[in-house]
Design a protein around this ligand. Sequence first.
Ligand code: CA
Length: 431
Amino acid sequence: MPDLLIRGLSHSATACLMLLLTACADAPAQPLATAADSPVVVSSAAPVIAPTASAPEQLLSFSEWRILLRSDAIAAGIDADLFDRTFADITLDPKVIAADSSQPEFTRPIWEYIDGAVSVSRVAQGRVLKAQYRPTLKAIRSAYEVDHEVLIAIWGMESNYGSNIGSNNVIRSLATLAYDGRRQVFWRTQLLAALQILQAGDNPNKTLLGSWAGAMGQTQFMPTTFNEHAVDFDGDGRRDLWNSAPDALASAAHYLHKSGWQNGQPWGMEVSLPANFDYAQADPEVRRSLQEWQNLGVTPLRQTRADAQSQASLFLPAGHRGPAFLLLNNFRTILRYNNSTAYALAIGLLCDALDGNPGVQAEWPRDDRQLGRSERVELQERLTGKGYDAGAADGIIGANTRKAVRAYQLKLGLPADGYPSHSLLEQLRQP
Ligand code: CA
């Protein structure tokens, strides 16, 4: 009987019910975009895909599912002919299913990611484009109060300045994820939004092209974000993020403006730390004004225009052996674009480089071997086993794991930076 009941519901209700049974609390904050070269590291990850419960059991065939989708789409205002034309050749995409369920054992260390993201060629090309688009960028700044550099940096990171916007049929990708993926409600919402974009005629082509996860155009907007924030800035009547750089840059500016961007303020800055520094201060939850940090001996490596009363948190992306940064409000705004600290740091450093400033001054600990996913799980299990509650052993280094690592480091008399190093795992393996 429950089976019949579920079959009688619209699919969105079905999916919601299934998610309630599995992972509803896990529903993602909506990502704006997925970077072309996807960020790494310990942070919470760029696209939507944290490794969670496996996909709920699919009760409907794809063609049955499509019939229900069609009725929901028509109810949401999508023209029936447009739906039928669009879905005429749509099949499930096995590549998308594989990408959605992949849980790579190894990720690149943050320094390798930054090296690639802020490469000499990307900086050089960005400087040329910043000069070339100056009139457009000035007009965008007048409209949305967002600095030139961050828009160029996002453009460079998301699509290598429009040269890599993705070649997947977004409707096919989103249909695959909405039918077969985790978080089906999220993907279904994106799919309906993509159909609305097709119906609005923003895309001059017949097919919406984008990343395997449905991010579109030169600034890689997800469909719901597109509908809310994309703008027609070149005045041709279309929000054409695929072909119009002014539309793409202004749309990114509109999104950053709505997300609290403070024009003229830096994202953050590299700092030096005093001897015998209390590394427990390097926690996203510890926020002080720049002046208070300076009073603690935390010293910016160069002058910026930041207000001394701005609130900042201290960030050690590679632990106490690597560079240290103070992060300001605009860093958090970049995280609204793509919720990965590695991504946001790369954007910030690219902004600095586009502005003619030097790169990271401190050495990265390049000899430090990164923990693989199974080692991170082992670290969490061993910490919890020793009485330091690291939360769920999911291989994701979140607040609970950092706290447990710090407590264990303190017990060993090590710098309590909360960084899950290989040597710490070796220590934990001692009986
Ligand atoms: Ca336009």
